[in-house]
Design a protein around this ligand. Structure first.
Ligand SMILES: [Zn+2]
Ligand SMILES: [Zn+2]
Ligand SMILES: [Zn+2]
Length: 496
């Protein structure tokens, strides 16, 4: 075979391996089919090693989105090669395929160039004869079969399925807060629940660990679709009985990673036989990490499932359930029944330490607004708006509904054509706001400031209308199901 042609072939194979995820190319199918056809022509022949290694190099693509017939042609040729070569006699104690893993795929064409030409210097640790041995070629044929159909052969080194490698990358990006542009966040998280529900018994623990990892993200407030949490809850509920009632003799169980990306990675690895094989091999090689049975033990998994479920339920209630604000009175009303204006203005400052008060304060003010009058009413409207702005990442659904109910009514109320005061409306920022609102509400307790607005400016219906409109525009559309018992125009809401 002439070496220019071979060199071009190897390059084409590497291109398929490197590019298939990012660019769809019909040429890839032809490249794989051609390679498989050459192998099928003479599966036990002199050149079988070339085509077998070629299919190993391109096998991840065959698991991706190949055209019709590619998978069948590939597996048929590889299986024929394995049958033809696996029992050929040889004197080797072992063969390179036995320690070949996914990361070594990138060096295979280089190895091929050296193997195909006796004149070229040999760079590998293992001798050329072991690489070219028919039994080694049969081993590589099985490796490619295992990539294309995980678990379909034995006597191959463990390998993480291509699908699992994808999943780790997708989840890692998402849980680090930088999802891939094509990731649908709600779908990606909910689908971890569906995968858990459908998992084979041996894969269940791994899938549960993935759900545990995505749960932290799902309950953080970043997910604004209740059904995502419902799906996770349902999946864990259905899983619990599989682990319940188990017993074990372990004196300890593994310590699980507590960062989302790492926890998800461990879960994905343990979700397939190949991944569990990789876990055991890495543990044996490094001497680190808990034995597999101390991780996937059903007693331990029942504990993990219980904890995950109670976190999901509690946070689902906090994020989407009805919100009681009666306890907030004690926080912001004084014994004489007046607003504790000093505390309120402090809590409205846009500081990270005020985020924890924002949701309750905003909803409480919006609800109380309806009963209030005079200066208190003006203060409560501004408070509801400002506190909602402080909420991070954004107020949960029941809070948004309550605030919008008030704000939409205020925005819709008739307003005079012109203001009844000569000065500007209050600015909702900085010291001007902080001291200005305190002085407006309780002039006898708080000294005036230079930038004070007139009381008529604070209570002006045109000012109220503007504040309400700003609030509506920042909250409407955060939730798809916001309009269930909220305002009128919520139906246009979109997912984040
Ligand atoms: Zn051999
Ligand atoms: Zn145990
Ligand atoms: Zn006005």
């Amino acid at each position: 075979m002439d070496s220019t042609t071979l060199g071009e072939l190897f390059q084409a194979w590497d291109e398929v391996r490197e590019e298939y995820r990012t660019s769809r190319d019909d040429g890839y199918d032809r490249t794989v089919l051609d390679c498989a056809a050459r192998l099928a022509d003479d599966p036990g022949g002199e050149s079988a090693y070339i085509w077998t290694f070629g299919l190993v190099v391109m096998s991840p693509y065959v698991t991706w989105l190949p055209g019709e017939g590619v998978v069948d042609a590939t597996t048929a040729a590889l299986a024929a090669t394995d049958r033809a070569l696996r029992d050929r006699p040889c004197d080797h104690a072992s063969h390179p395929y036995e320690s070949h893993d996914g990361e070594d795929d990138m060096n295979l064409t280089e190895r091929l160039s050296e193997l195909a030409d006796d004149q070229v210097e040999w760079h590998e640790d293992r001798p050329r004869e072991e690489w070219g041995c028919p039994r080694n070629v049969a081993g590589f044929a099985r490796i490619a079969l295992d990539v294309v159909e995980p678990g379909s052969v034995t006597d191959v080194p463990p390998r993480l399925p291509a699908e699992a490698q994808e999943a780790i990358q997708t989840l890692s990006a998402l849980l680090h807060g930088y999802p891939k542009p094509w990731t649908d966040i709600d779908d990606e998280i909910a689908s971890q629940g569906w995968s858990l529900s459908r998992a084979e018994p041996a894969d269940r623990a791994g899938h549960l660990l993935v759900v545990r990892a995505v749960t932290w993200y799902a309950v953080s407030g970043m997910v604004r679709t209740k059904s995502v949490l419902d799906d996770l809850v349902e999946a864990v509920e259905k899983t619990l009985p599989h682990f319940a009632g188990a017993s074990c003799a372990h004196t300890w169980h593994a310590t699980l990673p507590d960062s989302g990306p790492e926890a998800a990675e461990v879960g994905v690895i343990l979700s397939s036989p190949g991944g569990r094989g990789v876990y055991e091999r890495d543990r044996a090689e490094s001497g680190r990490g808990a034995p597999l049975e101390h991780v996937v033990c059903p007693v331990f998994m029942a504990e993990v499932a219980e904890k995950t479920l109670s976190l999901l339920r509690a946070r689902r209630e906090a994020l989407f359930g009805d919100r009681d604000t009666s306890h907030v009175d004690a926080e912001y009303l004084r014994a004489d029944g007046r607003l504790d204006i000093e505390k309120i203005v402090q809590r409205l400052e846009p500081r990270s330490w005020n985020e924890e008060y924002a949701d309750d304060l905003s909803l409480w003010a919006a609800r109380r607004y309806e009963e209030a009058d005079g200066r208190e009413r003006a203060v409560l409207l501004v408070t509801a708006y400002q506190a909602a702005e402080n909420s991070y990442p954004s107020p949960p659904l029941p809070v948004v509904r309550g605030i919008l109910k008030t704000m939409r009514a205020v925005a819709a109320a008739p307003r005079p054509q012109e203001c009844a005061h000569d000065d500007e409306h209050p600015k909702l920022r900085y010291a001007e706001f902080r001291y200005g609102m305190a002085h407006f509400y309780a002039p006898e307790e708080f000294p005036p400031v230079e930038t004070d607005r007139s009381p008529e400016s604070w209570t002006c219906p045109r000012f109220a209308g503007t504040v309400a409109e700003q609030c509506v525009s920042s909250l409407a559309g955060l939730y798809e199901d916001e309009s269930e018992d909220g305002g009128e125009d919520g139906s246009e809401g979109v997912s984040p």
